[in-house]
Ligand binder design. Structure first.
Ligand SMILES: Nc1ncnc2c1ncn2[C@@H]1O[C@H](COP(=O)(O)OP(=O)(O)OP(=O)(O)O)[C@@H](O)[C@H]1O
Ligand SMILES: [Mg+2]
Length: 299
């Protein structure tokens, strides 16, 4: 399950100290000056711009509460920015009504939620197949292949509650990849995994990027970030730094620097209400224990 490194070309464009103007074809993902403010005065995103071409894997890092999940949810059309624009494959999300937006999310976007959002009443296979089932497409073979890719072929008929937290996390990864979407968003996809299993999941995401898809992965883990083509560091809702071809030690140092700069801010996990599935708004979240770090490095 271990993947090769991706090619190293221009970095993903982004606002901040080393902004880059994207050239060439329409980027797979294009955020322009995205702001997201919540009632009560919290500014979760404060003008984030990020352009990511196809075939690129980007890791998003930053302290708890820095806006990483909000960024992914705005980028995936699960949340609406207060201002700014998000485009997926050139389609501006703000211009879409609910039905086309749901279709775009279902067909062109894969999302691994921080809270997983597996559907407890469905089998593991049905969970992995859900985007295909909701699109009225045949699901069996592809979902079985997706489960096999995350090492869970033999658990297809179980319910999520019968799996460990890490196994459930892998089902969520299988579901995000099953449609072979243009853009894959993964919010701490290796948080509950042991080092070897985590490396397998990272290799799957890496392979998706190497096959031409765009992968945007939130992680707190410098080793996981080292699988990406670029690391983007958020601080208080802004892009504070970027690192092309990140090495885990550089990522660790950057995180340390960000922590030092904002040492007065408490590192407390924010409360976030359960998020609806991109394709089934009424599904309920299934929450799981948080991450343990691991040591393997692909570099
Ligand atoms: N629904 C909400 N209502 C109000 N504030 C919110 C909401 N969701 C997030 N926030 C706030 O927005 C900020 C960014 O939250 P976000 O979940 O994006 O952080 P994060 O970087 O993903 O953190 P973590 O690493 O803990 O997952 C936090 O201050 C958080 O409290
Ligand atoms: Mg988060």
């Amino acid at each position: 399950m271990f993947g090769r490194r991706g090619s190293r070309e221009a970095p993903a464009g982004g606002q901040g100290p080393s902004d880059t103007v994207a050239t060439g074809p329409v980027p797979a993902l294009d955020l322009d000056s995205v702001h997201r403010a919540y009632p009560g005065g919290v500014t979760a995103l404060d003008g984030v711009s990020l352009r990511v071409p196809g075939g690129r894997m980007v890791a998003v890092l930053g302290r708890s509460g820095s806006g990483k999940s909000t960024l992914l949810q705005c980028a995936a059309g699960l949340d609406r920015p207060t201002s700014g624009t998000v485009r997926i494959g050139g389609t501006q999300l703000a211009g879409l009504g609910e039905a086309p937006l749901t279709r775009l999310r279902r067909d062109r976007v894969g999302f691994v939620f921080q809270s997983l959002n597996l559907v407890p009443s469905l089998s593991v296979l049905e969970n992995a197949a859900l985007p295909l089932l909701l699109a009225g497409r045949g699901a069996g073979d592809r979902a079985r292949a997706a489960l096999a890719a995350v090492g869970l072929a033999d658990r297809a008929e179980d319910r999520p509650a019968q799996l460990s937290g890490g196994q459930q996390q892998r089902v969520a990864v299988a579901r995000a990849l099953v449609t072979e979407p243009d853009v894959v968003f993964a919010d701490e996809p290796t948080g509950a995994l042991d080092p070897v299993t985590a490396a397998g999941v990272l290799a799957l995401l890496r392979r998706a990027a190497d096959d031409g898809r765009t992968v945007v992965m939130v992680t707190h883990d410098p080793v996981a970030a080292a699988w990406a083509d670029e690391a983007v560091f958020l601080d208080a809702g802004r892009v504070a730094a970027r690192e092309v071809a990140p090495r885990s030690e550089d990522v660790r140092a950057q995180l340390h620097e960000l922590g030092r700069r904002s040492h007065e801010a408490p590192d407390v996990r924010p409360h976030r209400p359960p998020t609806p599935l991109p394709y089934e708004p009424d599904a309920r979240a299934c929450r799981h224990p948080a991450a343990s770090p691991y040591e393997r490095s692909p570099r």
